[in-house]
Design a binder for this molecule. Structure first.
Ligand code: SF4
Length: 626
């Protein structure tokens, strides 16, 4: 591939800035050093938010800034390179808001000539953006308001006369400012976490349509080709199970290890687990598999149901996180009903994790008599009632009945409901907890507590992957000097050290737009990035990019008043998880506290405020952030 004159290798060199209040647009062309320091994705988000969103800015007001950013790999012919980030101040946590999604939109954005879009202000009327081969247009979206995501994508493609247009959008839930509304890409991929859809909705921005033809230029195409060849030759052995069963393939392994979140994290085993597994989905309602840009794994599910419940295949199929949130967490063992919940969330633009976990919380309130039939409008909101959970999704989207309160998120709902419900609301910093059980992964629990976005399972570790020297992850982290396996249930300094290195790396992965399911080790990621950009990057340099970006996010939170008191876990995780075969201890509050303190010290963060020390910012070449 030839490099075009004004492009870098791997990036287009242009960032589009749009002010929706005065409808002005501007193109920025940062220097190469900026790209190398921040790479893209979460890096651009963190840099922009810290520079441009001051303390106290209303997350749902026009002063908030919304960023869409492709990663450095996004759009290159590399498996797993189809991801992009969305960021803003979060209406759910009040802090650093950032979420990623796969699909094809980010690659198309780069092909349209831009690495990122920064959106300022708010439009008076509903609009959508049309970014077409380097040009941008702000168009009327009044005809799209209130419509589901598949309908909106269809209408935009018809209006612009091109079926290959890629669309990012908010559904009706984002228009109505549900605090955990997400941004939906390609109808069935969600930047789900931290409420970025509510921010987009608050700006009266319904969608961003993109189309481009400019290929990403590669510095050393032969290196990139070699990686693609290696992946296709090793696909079955390394990721065959993910290909066959999708992310839902991890449901039964979690069930067998007592770590499948059940009944609002009151249990780790669910009697209906077999019925909602990835294996059962493959045998019953699975009609196709789907992929993201350039990815040969095809882990995305496509399901279809046509009986008393109808599920539209346009919305894909449920991921593991969705099955956990609407299945075991809500006590529902009906895969068709869970698939319907997935369809509704994708059609309305709701984060499936926050929606399912919030409904699970409300179910526990109902079971305990804290919520009554009078509160639910006559709905028996009990664990196992699939119809009730579907009705709640509808109410959350419509902002009616109990759904109006639940649309504020479980943390805020518990503040209103009271009566002791605050004790079992499962959140960190206001964001609902994903379907990974900290009692089976103590390092993951530390990760939930200290994440700048609130509970997050992507920039985190899974302790069980480091418990045996023969596990692939152990081979990969040898490049970081982690040479000995560690038990899953410790937060000793060796575990914190592993956690620190891996989480820094994962933030870097969010900057390059790489899917975490690709079986690349550290050396291969380095080689791919070198092949794309031509930079002689090292693992050491990449680790520092991740740490730099994490520190910017941490500084953003410090400025917004999120301090050390928010780096905690819900008390429930200190309770043991009973099981006849694999009982798990809780994470003791003191153990977590010790882990947090050790982590701060290793990171160079102030033990009293939790904010990065000036010397740490100097080390990371971001002293401007001090
Ligand atoms: S592994 Fe799955 S989620 Fe990741 S890029 Fe490939 S198809 Fe997309």
């Amino acid at each position: 591939l030839e490099k075009e004159t004004d492009m870098g290798f791997g990036y287009s060199g242009k960032i589009l800035r749009i002010n929706l209040t005065d409808r002005s647009t501007q193109i920025e062309e940062p220097e190469e050093v900026f790209y190398r320091k921040y790479l893209g994705g979460e890096g651009f988000v963190a840099h922009t938010l810290l520079k441009e969103v001051g303390p106290g800015v209303d997350p749902l007001g026009p002063e908030n800034v919304l960023i869409f950013a492709a990663g450095m790999l996004t759009g290159a012919p590399v498996g797993g390179s189809g991801r992009q980030s969305v960021g803003a101040r979060s209406p759910l946590t009040g802090g650093f808001g950032e979420s990623e999604a796969g699909g094809f939109w980010g690659a198309e954005l780069k092909q349209a000539g831009f690495d990122a879009i920064i959106i300022l202000g708010a439009s008076e009327k509903p609009v959508y953006l049309w970014i077409n081969r380097g040009s941008v247009e702000i168009r009327d979206a009044s005809g799209l308001v209130g419509k589901t995501t598949a309908k909106v994508q269809q209408l935009i493609r018809e209006e612009l006369g091109d079926k290959r247009i890629r669309v990012a959008q908010v559904g009706p839930a984002g228009e109505r400012l549900v605090r955990y509304a997400c941004v939906i890409f390609d109808v069935n991929r969600a930047a789900g976490r931290t409420g970025m859809g509510a921010v987009m909705g608050s700006k009266n921005l319904k969608a961003i349509a993109v189309r481009g033809v400019q290929r990403v230029a590669l510095a050393h195409a032969e290196i990139v080709r070699e990686s693609a060849k290696w992946l296709s030759e090793n696909l079955e052995g390394l990721v065959g199970r993910r290909k066959a069963y999708g992310t839902a393939g991890c449901l039964l392994p979690q069930q067998y290890t007592n770590s499948l979140p059940t009944y609002n994290f009151q249990a780790g085993e669910f009697a209906g687990a077999e019925k909602i597994s990835g294996e059962r989905m493959a045998e019953t309602i699975l009609v196709d598999r789907d992929n993201c840009y350039a990815c040969p794994i095809y882990c995305k599910r496509v399901v279809e149901v046509d009986d008393e419940i109808k599920v539209d295949r346009a919305y894909g199929g449920p991921e593991f996180e969705t099955i956990g949130a609407f299945g075991s967490m809500c006590g529902v063992s009906d895969l068709k009903a869970i698939s319907k919940a997935n369809e509704l969330c994708n059609a309305y633009g709701l984060d499936t994790i926050s929606t399912g976990v919030t409904i699970s919380f409300a179910m526990e309130c109902f079971e305990k008599g804290i919520l009554t039939l009078a509160d639910t409008g006559g709905i028996e909101l009990r664990f196992g009632n699939a119809a009730a959970s579907l009705e709640m999704i509808q109410q959350i989207n419509d902002r009616t009945g109990l759904g109006k309160l639940l649309g504020e998120g479980s943390y805020r709902a518990a503040q209103v409901i009271g009566k002791g419900s605050e004790e079992f609301v499962m959140h960190v910093k206001g964001q609902e907890i994903p379907q990974q059980e900290p009692r089976a992964h103590h390092g993951l629990g530390l990760g939930y507590a200290v994440s700048p976005t609130g509970a997050d399972h992507v920039h985190n570790i899974y302790d069980q992957s480091y418990t045996d020297a023969d596990l692939p992850k152990m081979k990969s982290v040898a490049a970081l000097g982690i040479l000995e396996p560690l038990p899953y249930n410790t937060l000793n300094p060796a575990k914190v050290r592993l956690f620190r290195f891996e989480v820094n790396w994962m933030h870097m992965v969010n900057c390059i737009g790489l899917c975490i399911f690709l079986p690349y080790d550290y050396d291969r990621v380095r080689d791919i990035l070198h092949g794309i950009t031509g930079w002689n990057v090292t693992i050491w340099e990449l680790m520092h990019v991740g740490e730099r970006v994490l520190n910017l996010a941490r500084m953003f939170n410090a400025r917004q008043g999120l301090g050390i008191d928010k780096d905690i876990l819900p008390r429930r995780f200190s309770d043991p998880l009973k099981s006849k075969t694999v009982p798990l201890e809780g994470i003791a509050q003191q153990e977590l506290q010790q882990g947090v303190e050790t982590y701060y010290a290793m990171m160079g963060w102030d033990p009293v405020t939790g904010a990065p020390l000036r010397s740490k910012l100097q080390e990371l070449d971001i002293e401007w952030a001090a």
